[in-house]
Every structure is written in structure tokens, then in C-alpha cells.
Design a protein around this ligand. Structure first.
Ligand code: UT7
Length: 372
């Protein structure tokens, strides 16, 4: 049996912070309402030029550095998102190209649950022996799909990206078990009704604001509290463990009250639950990987920790995975990591420019030789 351990991790969020107080100036809401009903205090919002691809690349570069890998070492890239830069091409190929990787890449869309779906998928490629190093990204720039005049939704969402490198290993670490679920009968509760094939973008769809997210919050809330506890428990049992073995629960960060209810259902104290919704809001597919990265950075996850990730979202979908972290760090790459990312990026750009210049110089020579 081959396992896929998490060898590297990284996250990227936009610089711009939008606080509840900023939102008070935009719609009829209050900091008090948002904090008590959701737990959110602020969220990051992408500015011009910050896209799903650019945030993914930044998160992926950190994950690769942590794993001590170069983009060329990657065998596959999986990108979970509901907000690709374009409908075509797939954002996964943009990320592959911008990183300078030379491998296959594809997107996975499963609402806010997408990252857990992608992790489980990556694990299959490793378990089968097909691939050794897989980049798994969960990224979302959802703010352009948010109706900033609708107080029911605009206070909830934020942008960001998280990434991990899953690497083949013989020791039982990485994704030990997973549960994937879908119930399309609840699709209407969370959707963007216009702009797709069923109702292509026209002046009418724009006028009817169909290109924005619409959500029946109460129904999604009820659904989330129904599935989260069950999915997490099922994944834990599938791994041959009990809730006592769980060191940290990393839930989808959609609402602090949903998270508390799930923890209560599972009999987990809140100090075994990771919550960062106060600073990022609901970053959809990016919420679990961003939380994972912050949990590692804050020392909440050790090499032998058993972590349960559980998510739910549009579809409606849900998923849970039990992950054993394994080796957390590789000191031999400490020097490489000490070099700032920007410097490494500049060096890479300079090398590409040199390659292009060398190509331009050699081309006439090559043409002359081949003409003979
Ligand atoms: O990633 C998955 C995506 N989504 C979710 O997970 C969302 C799940 N649902 C939720 O988190 C909650 O249902 C919400 C936070 C969206 C709403 O909280 P709630 O406690 O379910 O509120 P509600 O929808 O029952 O609304 C209660 C009241 C309503 O007023 P009336 O009709 O009672 O007079 C709303 O109009 O709160 C009002 N309201 C607001 N008031 C101030 C709704 N949004 C706001 C707001 N500020 N932003």
C-alpha cells in the first residue's frame, strides 16, 4: 500500500481587508449581527490582478518549497475551485504554466467541499502507484460573484487559496480514509442561476442579477448541521479510529455556529477544533487548506497528529477525510526556504529571459545551418 503524505503546504490571501465596519457603510447590517450570527470579523477581498490563478500559484510555490520540490518534480496538479479565472481554459492549466510545471492538470468542482474531493482524488493516483508528487490546490476568488447589495450573502464570503503537496510514502500517513457525498436535490439552495449554459449571459441575466450567488442560508445551515458530524464520524470509523484518536478537526469555515454544533455532535471540545473564520470569512473551497496551513503554522498539528477535515457546500455536497500528518519538516531544505520567494521568482524569470535571448541568438545560426 502506498500512502500520500502531506509534504508541503502554503497559503495566499489578498492584501485588502474588508471589515464588518466597512460593510456597515455598504448594506443595512452591523458588526454585532455579523459576529454573533457567523463569527466573522473581517475577510480578504481580491484587488485587480489578484485572481484564482495568481493566489493559487503563490500558495503552490510555498507548498513546493516546504516539500523541497521544484515545479518540474510534480506529476499532477489538481485545482479545486468554483471561481476559475475563465470558463475556458481551465485554471489548472494556467497554474501549471505559471508555475513552470510539466505535468497534467485538471480542475475539480464540488462547491466548498472541493478541496477534500481533490485530496481524496490525489490519494488514488498515489495509492495506484501512478504518481509520486501531486499538487492539490483549493482556491477561490468568489468576491466578483457576490452581490454587494445583498446583506444575506455579502457579509459571508472572502477570497484566498491554500495548497498542499501530496507525496508517495510507504509509512501509513496522509489520507487514511475519506467520505464523499452529494445530494443534488438541494441545488437551488446555493447557486448562481445565470451565466451558465442553462441561462447564458445576456443583458437580461445581468439585469436580473443572476450572475451573483443566491443562497437560502437557513436551508444550507440545516443541511450543514445534518451532514457534518455524520461525515466526520464515518471517515474516522473508516480509518479504524474513534473520536478519541482525533487531535484536531478542521471544518469548512462557513459559520462559527455550524462549527460549534458539529463539534458538539462529535463530542469534541473546541480546543480540538480549528477556527479562523473571524479573519477570512467563508473562502469556500480555500477554507480548509488555509485553515490547515494556519493550524500547522500555529503548532496545532504535530508529526503524529490525526486530523479530520470536513466540508459541505453547493451541490449540495459534503466530504470528510482523516489525515495523519507524518513528517512535518525536512531540515535539509531549510537553506532553500531561507531565500525569499520573490528572489527565487526573480531568478526564475531572469533564467527564462536568458534562455529566450540565447534562443534568439542561436536561431539565425540554426536557420543558416539547416538551409545548407
Ligand atoms: O459554504 C457554504 C455556504 N453557506 C453557508 O454555509 C451559510 C449557512 N447559513 C448561515 O450561515 C446562516 O443561515 C446565515 C448567517 C446566512 C444567516 O443567519 P440566520 O441566523 O440563519 O439568519 P436568518 O437567515 O434566519 O435571518 C434572520 C434575520 C432576517 O430578518 P427577519 O426576516 O427576521 O426580519 C434577515 O433579514 O436577519 C436578517 N439578516 C441580517 N441582518 C443584519 C440577514 N442578513 C443580515 C445581515 N445583517 N447581514
Amino acid at each position: 500500500m502506498r500512502y500520500g503524505r502531506i509534504a508541503g503546504w502554503g497559503k495566499a490571501v489578498p492584501r485588502k481587508v474588508l471589515t464588518n465596519f466597512d460593510l456597515e457603510q455598504m448594506v443595512d447590517t452591523s458588526d454585532e449581527w455579523i459576529v454573533t450570527r457567523t463569527g466573522i470579523r473581517e475577510r480578504r477581498i481580491a484587488s485587480q490582478g489578484e485572481t484564482t490563478a495568481s493566489l493559487s500559484v503563490a500558495a503552490a510555490q510555498q507548498a513546493l518549497e516546504r516539500a523541497g520540490l521544484l515545479p518540474a518534480d510534480l506529476d499532477l496538479i489538481l485545482v479545486a475551485t468554483s471561481s476559475p479565472d475563465y470558463l475556458l481554459p481551465p485554471v489548472s492549466s494556467m497554474i501549471q504554466h505559471w508555475l513552470g510545471a510539466k505535468c497534467g492538470a485538471f480542475m475539480i468542482t464540488a462547491g466548498c467541499t472541493g478541496f477534500v474531493y481533490a485530496l481524496a482524488t490525489a490519494q488514488q493516483f498515489i495509492a495506484s502507484g501512478a504518481y509520486r508528487n501531486i499538487l492539490v490546490v483549493g482556491a477561490e476568488v468568489i468576491s466578483p460573484a457576490v452581490d454587494w447589495t445583498d446583506r444575506n450573502t455579502c457579509v459571508l464570503f472572502g477570497d484566498g487559496a491554500g495548497a498542499v503537496v501530496l507525496q508517495a510514502s510507504d509509512t501509513p500517513t496522509g489520507v487514511l480514509s475519506f467520505v464523499l457525498g452529494s445530494d443534488g436535490s438541494g441545488a437551488e439552495h446555493l447557486m448562481m442561476p445565470g451565466g451558465g449554459v442553462a441561462d447564458p449571459p445576456t443583458h437580461r441575466t445581468i439585469d436580473e442579477r443572476k450572475h451573483f450567488i443566491r443562497m437560502n442560508g437557513r436551508e444550507v445551515f440545516k443541511f450543514a448541521t445534518r451532514v457534518m458530524g455524520h461525515a466526520a464520524l464515518e471517515a474516522v470509523e473508516k480509518a479504524g479510529l474513534t473520536m478519541h484518536d482525533v487531535d484536531l478537526l478542521i471544518p469548512h469555515q462557513a459559520n462559527a455556529r455550524i462549527i460549534e454544533l458539529a463539534a458538539r455532535q462529535l463530542g469534541l471540545p473546541m480546543d480540538k477544533v480549528f477556527v479562523n473564520i473571524d479573519r477570512y470569512g467563508n473562502t469556500s473551497t480555500a477554507s480548509i487548506p488555509i485553515a490547515l496551513v494556519e493550524a500547522i503554522e500555529q503548532g496545532r498539528i504535530q508529526a503524529d497528529s490525526t486530523v479530520v477535515m470536513v466540508g459541505f457546500g453547493a451541490g449540495l455536497t459534503w466530504a470528510a477525510a482523516v489525515v495523519k500528518m507524518g513528517v512535518l519538516d525536512q531540515p535539509r531544505f531549510a537553506l532553500w526556504r531561507a531565500i525569499p520567494s520573490r528572489a527565487k521568482m526573480r531568478a526564475r524569470v531572469a533564467i527564462s529571459a536568458l534562455q529566450m535571448r540565447a534562443g534568439a541568438l542561436l536561431l539565425p545560426l540554426y536557420a543558416r545551418v539547416t538551409r545548407r
